[in-house]
Design a protein. Structure first.
Length: 344
């Protein structure tokens, strides 16, 4: 890739970092999520180029045979430069892939960047395949195969769904601000996962559970929101909780949550029902980042402490953020994942 093409690819990424991923900037000309959505599968597993931003986002809590915990991430982001279609180098889509593996004492991370329209990256719905370079996530969403590699790690995983898809907010219409910004948002939080981590000290067979998020929008944040703290928690009793707080420039937060029963029944909770309060911070990559939280959802008697397995799980990518596995103790016990953006 020559320098000019690289600059063309990176400039939108730099703009995206303003207000984390530029998600609060105007999206004139792009489609906007509407209330009362109707989803169409398998088509909606694929891309939605009329919308400005979209992702396929998988995290997993893993355990080795000796009991050591690990975390895994595989993410593909799509960002549109303009609300129109094009072929080859005229395609307005940019793609960014992030992969990571977290151990109790090391965090491995790598990134891939691609321009759409030339086959280097993309997503097809039927058959489903998401890829960037040689990283792949493919299958029928009942079973998926997943691979990624970096300079000092790789993984090859099989995922098997053991429950239904989950739709957040109002049947998949997820409100993100008091001003009404929203996204379409659904998940498959019931994946069993197994495979092999390839780390510098050798191959490590692992098993565990994984959570795959699908989300797309054109302006999911308001212009006074700067980032978010997102929790996906899997409790030992089989229940699950997705909750997030969106940080605002006035010091307040906008929150939302979904309670998920073991058989896939959901209850959505509006702003104010879910709370996440930092208890301890850790300086990583020159940022003070909360790595221990009190998380509460009083409607379900949830009052737990969520703590990072590795406080230095910083994603040193084009758009930096924190992403890593966590433990859950208190009224409920379990595992999960935490993502934190906007900590500059």
């Amino acid at each position: 890739m020559n320098a000019k093409v690289l600059i063309v690819c990176l400039l939108p990424l730099q703009a995206m970092a303003q207000g984390f991923a530029g998600l609060g900037t105007d999206a004139e000309g792009f489609a906007v999520p509407q209330t009362n959505p109707t989803f169409n599968f398998p088509a909606d597993h694929g891309p939605h180029p009329d919308y400005r931003i979209e992702w396929w986002y998988l995290t997993a809590n893993l355990t080795a045979e000796d009991g050591t915990p690990y975390g895994l991430q595989w993410t593909l982001f799509r960002s549109a430069l303009a609300p129109e279609q094009g072929d080859g180098w005229q395609a307005p889509q940019l793609w960014m892939g992030h992969a990571g593996v977290t151990t109790p004492d090391t965090h491995y991370v790598t990134e891939r960047l691609a321009r759409g329209g030339i086959g280097q990256a993309g997503v097809t719905a039927d058959p489903f395949e998401a890829w960037i370079d040689d990283w792949t996530l493919q299958g029928d969403w009942t079973t998926l195969q997943m691979t990624a590699s970096g300079p000092d790690f790789a993984y090859d995983m099989t995922l098997t769904a053991q429950g239904p898809l989950i739709f957040h907010g109002d049947a998949g219409y997820s409100v993100k601000s008091a001003a009404g910004q929203a996204s379409y948002y659904y998940s498959q939080p019931f994946f069993a996962i197994e495979g092999t981590l390839q780390l510098p000290n050798g191959d490590i067979p692992v098993t565990g559970h994984a959570w795959l998020d699908r989300e797309w929008s054109s302006q999911p944040l308001s212009d006074n929101q700067t980032g978010w703290d997102w929790f996906s928690l899997s409790f030992d009793d089989g229940n699950k909780l997705m909750g997030f707080r969106l940080q605002q420039t006035d010091g307040n937060n906008y929150t939302s949550a979904t309670w998920i029963t073991p058989d896939g029944q959901t209850t959505a909770y509006p702003d104010g029902a879910f709370s996440a309060t930092p208890l301890d911070t850790h300086n990583t990559a020159g940022r003070d980042v909360p790595i221990r939280w009190q998380v509460q959802l009083s409607a379900k008697d949830v009052n737990v402490t969520v703590e990072a397995i590795n406080a230095d799980a910083w994603m040193a990518t084009s758009i930096p953020y924190w992403e890593g596995p966590v433990t859950v103790t208190g009224s409920h016990t379990g595992q999960g994942y935490l993502e934190m953006t906007g900590y500059e």
